[in-house]
Design a protein around this ligand. Structure first.
Ligand code: SF4
Ligand code: SF4
Length: 464
């Protein structure tokens, strides 16, 4: 089974897919933004000059949708002020200088008997650990694990598709930590009282698929009968890892416009999130580190690294041998949905799956991948070729949005915003395919982001 539209991008994963995860060295300092999640920004709970330990809480949010933030090393708080954030703005951040000792906070608690915990206690541990969706969305996991009353969850899907070109962090985690990921899935199934769990993996990761299959062939898996768990090998197609497309491919259900997976009885989590849930519940570890891939033709020694949240891109690229020439573009995430960076003085955040560096376009084997997201690039008028419409996985009309956005920006007409909303611009998942396939190099995703922000200004969260 598969979803409509989609494309086959160059994979470009060979540089790192066979490289075991290494632990990045201790950085001299970390810059930890107090916003690394959807919802309310955290308030600092430490002051400049405080001595902190690794795993100590340094930020806490208020309200139903927020998350907590912890120190990723031991040392001294030397600054609390706005710093560059990989999403492009400046965000209030806690700067901690390492004391070189890397000491854990003493309040962490191992839980050998976690299988006896009730649902509420498990959710509380996930909330306190500051776990958010590690696939990039950064939605607080404890909120995802608390569906509104009456929303019976049938299926939990772990997303191991990793369809973004270049990035291999989930692939390596699945190969090296499969039993921990399965235990994380079991905890999520228990919290949601779900009937079945799936692990969806693209077919280009046969080693990960066979690792999980051999784990599931054991007589018992902690907490859940084997019959309730299934590995699904997915077609290699972008954006296979997008939530709605993954659900269609695995359980053949469609998430209606304006609805969430939870409304059709499904919860999707990234495999890295399930691993973080296990680490928090079993060992009391808050989310202070994650695996990322540093790669691209612009990096001398590409790697998969276990990295502390708050480590600067500059430090990590230097740790990978530095640039392999003159870089043109540094992206957080993959080239399709990632965000181009204007400085290397930005930190790894919870949603960072990779850092991809491209050299000048003339040296790139895939200029259309490299072109994605470049600011100020030249583009041409729409020639109505229809490629963007044919490839769009949401079945919407990117060419129209481009025209509406251009006219709206030039003529200032509010009607164009209304028209875009009428033609379902809010359904766009910002996968980047339309920009990728457009022969006129039109920055359709940027146009769409503009229209969506205008619609949100006019309406309550973009809903009609
Ligand atoms: S970015 Fe949006 S409009 Fe473009 S192909 Fe993806 S879902 Fe469709
Ligand atoms: S792919 Fe580009 S040129 Fe073709 S219809 Fe879409 S916007 Fe127009």
């Amino acid at each position: 089974m598969t979803f409509r539209g989609g494309i086959h991008t160059p994979e470009e994963k060979d540089r790192t897919k066979g490289l075991p995860i290494q632990t990045a060295p201790l950085p001299p300092k970390v810059v930890i933004p107090l916003s690394q999640h959807s919802g309310a920004v955290c308030e600092p709970v430490v002051n400049k000059g405080d001595v902190v330990k690794k795993g100590q809480k340094i930020g806490e949010g208020k309200g139903p949708v927020t998350s907590t933030i912890h120190s990723s090393l031991s040392g001294k708080v030397v600054d609390i002020s706005p710093h560059p954030h990989p999403f492009g703005s400046s965000v209030l951040s806690v700067v901690i200088e390492s004391d070189g000792k890397d000491e854990w906070t003493p309040v962490l608690k191992e839980n050998e008997d976690y299988l006896s915990f009730d649902t509420q206690k498990l959710k509380e541990i996930v909330r306190e650990a500051g776990i958010v969706g590690l696939g990039g969305a950064q939605f607080p996991t404890h909120v995802k694990l608390s569906p509104p009353d009456g929303n019976g969850i049938e299926y939990v899907i772990l997303n191991g598709a990793e369809c973004e070109p270049f990035v291999t962090s989930d692939h390596r985690l699945m190969v090296e930590k499969s039993s921990e990921i399965i235990e994380g899935l079991n905890i999520i199934i228990k919290i949601l009282s779900a009937k079945k769990g799936f692990i969806g993996i693209e077919k280009n990761k046969p080693d990960a698929i066979s690792t999980f299959n051999s784990q599931l062939s054991r007589p018992t898996i902690v907490g859940t009968p084997n019959s309730q768990l299934e590995v699904v090998d997915l077609n290699i197609k972008y954006p296979q890892g997008s939530e709605k497309q993954l659900i269609k491919s695995i359980v053949n259900r469609e998430v209606p416009a304006d609805k969430l997976p939870v409304d059709i009885g499904v919860v999707v989590n990234n495999v890295g999130t399930a691993y973080a849930v296990y680490e928090a519940v079993r060992y009391g570890k808050p989310l202070i580190e994650r695996v990322i891939t540093i790669t691209g033709n612009g990096v001398k020694e590409p790697r998969n690294l276990l990295v502390r949240i708050g480590t600067s891109f500059d430090f990590l690229i230097q740790n990978c041998g530095g640039f392999a020439g003159e870089p043109e573009k540094v992206i957080m995430g993959g080239p399709m949905m990632g965000i181009a960076q204007y400085t290397l003085d930005v930190p790894v955040i919870k949603g960072t799956s990779g850092i991809v560096v491209f050299l000048k376009e003339s040296t790139s084997p895939h200029p259309s991948l490299q072109r994605r997201g470049l600011r100020g690039d030249e583009y041409l008028p729409c020639i109505r070729c229809g490629r963007c419409i044919d490839s769009c996985p949401m079945g919407i009309s990117p060419n129209l949005y481009g025209l509406y956005a251009e006219r709206g920006m030039i003529e200032g007409g509010r009607d164009f915003i209304d028209e875009a909303q009428k033609w379902d611009v809010m359904d766009c998942i910002e996968c980047g395919i339309c920009s990728y396939v457009c022969p006129s190099n039109r920055p359709l995703v940027q146009f769409i982001k503009y229209l969506k922000s205008e619609v949100k200004k006019k309406t309550k969260n973009g809903k009609r």
